[in-house]
Design a protein around this ligand. Structure first.
Ligand SMILES: Nc1ncnc2c1ncn2[C@@H]1O[C@H](COP(=O)(O)OP(=O)(O)OP(=O)(O)O)[C@@H](O)[C@H]1O
Ligand SMILES: [Mg+2]
Length: 616
């Protein structure tokens, strides 16, 4: 049964998160593995399987060339990932992540989901927003609204404080992007005053600084350059992130990377220590890079530092002490700790979903466009039609004219950005308006109209006013997918969803079988001596068979044989119980029989419990 519920999705560079409203409160949906966030990682195995989330992340070191991370950084560009000869757009890869989130949510709720609100960095331009929308559509989701991440966080922060009057600044430094937004919250009205940011600044860059440092340390001690060694770099990447996270609490972190590579002299290891001081030195330019957008947002909002009542930190990278110190110094006060930096965005998206559904009525959201919109005019200049930080939805019209006598067609080049030279801004689309009656230069009046919807997505049209002939044009974007491509990919993705279900079941069975083996070994070791040998033998035989099936990775056998092991283990349990009443057989619980995969946040996996998973 399809549900009318709308989910909120934070499609992050590093981690994604889903939330839904439950009796007036947004709650996070745990994924299949039982974690509250899902790594935004997609990997392809040699057998052509697709691994999304934690399973994909876990095998990145051994399969670096087929593992895709941080795809969000490429949204809205013509970047393509080619694996086994198949080319994938960033929209398609993001759609694979969304499909997993959708499937996990459906399993959790036991109902089909078809509608979502998806968040984007406030500083995303039109192409990046459109690409996110397309990704949702490919994943089979009707994207009711694209909402800015910091605005979503502000909603999560402000929902319980609707009668407060406050100016808040959201500082969101995630894995790949940095956003700062200033909002005024008054009686349930959330009005964005200004927003700024950098779509290419985040935790990934802090990791990269550590990687570069490790590469040069290794080079200095061994003379070997690791830069082109994919597998070594992937190991460095993983270690870099762990080291960085450790340095948020510790003053130094030890790095042990045995067998990174080898030369004639034998294997080479990297053993070193990174202090927080050195880390701060390596990444000072990144922390510094947050200040310009911060200043700009304050300037655009016409506010001084001391007019900000609360500074809200969002995004995993705001846990970096140097980042917090910088904010403290800049504002002369402590940032607020009242939202969960990993979950606020998804919670806000769920609140927005509820507003759209009409379930939350006392909240009004007024967001803005992050970057100015305009067209290229004579001499390659950029002429703004709509200024940045204008409240959306909005529209604007500006008259233009011809530059040559007898000119019968003009090219309209739509751009977004803040630079005065058109070529330095982001090109969104180009189209021709033809059929203008010949006239001296400067006489025809051509009106260009921009309509920006509540998603911040731009629609543009032009018409030749003077002649009375109207030309409305649907723009073809310079980057991204055509509507036809989106449709084709959507069909492909839907087909893959079925294959994914099979794969998910296989993975679940495998995980279940591995846990059962461990339990069997534990039980035999602990109680084996106290019961008749035949029970133990039966378990050991069944155990060997399951292990063989696991080794040969035969899904059908794994399933069947673990059922056999389950039965013999129960028999053994009964024998232990009846044979010796002083020894309490260990009660078989869900937690015992299922392996516990630790999620990123260290939570216990709940999803490996087959009973709670819904494959429909
Ligand atoms: N304790 C910590 N100290 C430092 N960095 C951390 C810590 N915990 C997480 N991070 C970093 O935070 C980043 C992930 O943050 P988050 O999940 O907010 O990003 P995202 O939402 O996926 O990205 P974005 O919002 O940029 O699209 C990663 O780079 C991760 O290494
Ligand atoms: Mg984020």
């Amino acid at each position: 049964m399809s549900s009318d519920r709308i989910i909120g999705i934070d499609l992050g560079t590093t981690n994604s998160c889903v939330a839904i409203m439950e009796v007036g409160k947004p709650v996070i949906i745990e994924n299949f593995e039982g974690a509250r966030t899902t790594p935004s990682v997609v990997a392809f195995t040699r057998a052509g399987e697709r691994l999304v989330g934690q399973v994909g992340k876990r095998q990145a070191v051994t399969n670096p060339a087929r593992t895709i991370q941080s795809i969000k950084r490429e949204m809205g560009t013509n970047y393509r990932v080619t694996i086994d000869g198949a080319s994938h757009s960033p929209e398609q890869i993001s759609a694979m992540i969304l499909q997993k989130l959708k499937a996990d949510t459906e399993a959790y709720l036991g109902e089909k989901i078809s509608r979502a609100v998806i968040t984007v960095p406030a500083y995303f331009n039109d192409s990046q927003r459109q690409a996110t929308r397309d990704a949702g559509q490919i994943a089979g989701l009707d994207v009711l609204r694209i909402i800015n991440e910091p605005t979503a966080s502000a909603l999560a922060y402000g929902l319980n404080r609707l009668d407060e009057h406050a100016t808040v600044l959201i500082f969101d430094l995630g894995g790949g992007t940095f956003d700062v937004s200033i909002l005024e919250i008054t009686d349930g009205v959330f009005e964005v005053k200004a927003t700024s940011g950098n779509n290419r600044l985040g935790g990934d860059d802090f990791d990269q600084s550590i990687i570069d440092w490790m590469v040069s340390e290794f080079n200095a001690s061994t003379g070997i350059d690791l830069s082109d060694d994919l597998m070594a770099i992937q190991r460095l990447k993983e270690t870099a992130e762990k080291t960085k996270i450790e340095l948020s609490t510790a003053m130094s972190s030890e790095i042990h990377l045995p067998f990174l590579t080898a030369d004639d002299g034998g294997p080479k290891h990297l053993e070193t220590v990174l202090s927080r001081t050195k880390f701060n030195e390596l990444t000072a330019h990144l922390v510094e890079a947050t200040l310009d957008p911060l200043r700009q947002a304050l300037d655009d909002a016409g506010l001084h530092n001391d007019k900000i009542d609360h500074i809200i930190l969002v995004g995993g990278s705001t846990r970096i002490p140097a980042v917090q110190d910088t904010i403290r110094r800049y504002f002369g006060k402590e940032p607020s700790k009242s939202v969960n930096p990993d979950e606020a965005v998804a919670l806000g998206a769920a609140i927005q979903a509820s507003i759209l559904a009409g379930d939350v009525q006392d909240v009004l959201l007024l967001d803005v466009i992050p970057l100015s919109l305009g067209i290229e005019t004579a001499g390659g200049l950029f002429t703004r039609v709509i200024e940045r930080n204008t409240t959306i939805p909005t529209s604007g019209t500006m008259p233009f004219t011809t530059t040559e006598d007898g000119q019968t067609s003009v090219e309209v080049h739509v751009l977004q950005g803040e630079r005065e030279i058109a070529a330095h801004n982001k090109s969104l689309a180009k189209f021709h308006l033809a059929g203008i009656p010949a006239a001296p230069r400067g006489v025809p009046k051509i009106e260009v109209t921009f309509d920006i919807d509540a998603d911040g997505i731009v629609h543009c049209s032009a018409r030749d006013y003077g002649s009375g002939i109207k030309h409305s044009v649907t723009i073809q974007r310079s980057t991204g997918l055509s509507p036809e491509e989106v449709e084709v990919f959507q069909k492909e993705a839907a087909e893959f969803a079925d294959a994914d279900k099979v794969l998910r079941e296989q993975i679940t069975n495998r995980v279940h079988a591995e846990a059962l083996c461990a339990e069997a070994e534990r039980t035999v070791q602990k109680y084996g001596e106290r019961v008749e040998k035949s029970f133990v033998d039966k378990v050991m035989r069944a155990l060997d068979l399951v292990k063989e099936a696991l080794a040969s990775d035969n899904p059908d056998e794994i399933k069947q044989l673990s059922a056999g092991l389950d039965v013999s283990l129960l028999d053994l349990g009964r024998a232990i119980h009846s044979g010796n009443r002083s020894v309490q057989p260990k009660k078989k619980t869900v937690e015992d029989s299922q392996p516990i995969e630790l999620g990123e946040s260290g939570q216990q996996a709940k999803g490996s419990n087959k009973e709670t998973a819904n494959f429909d």
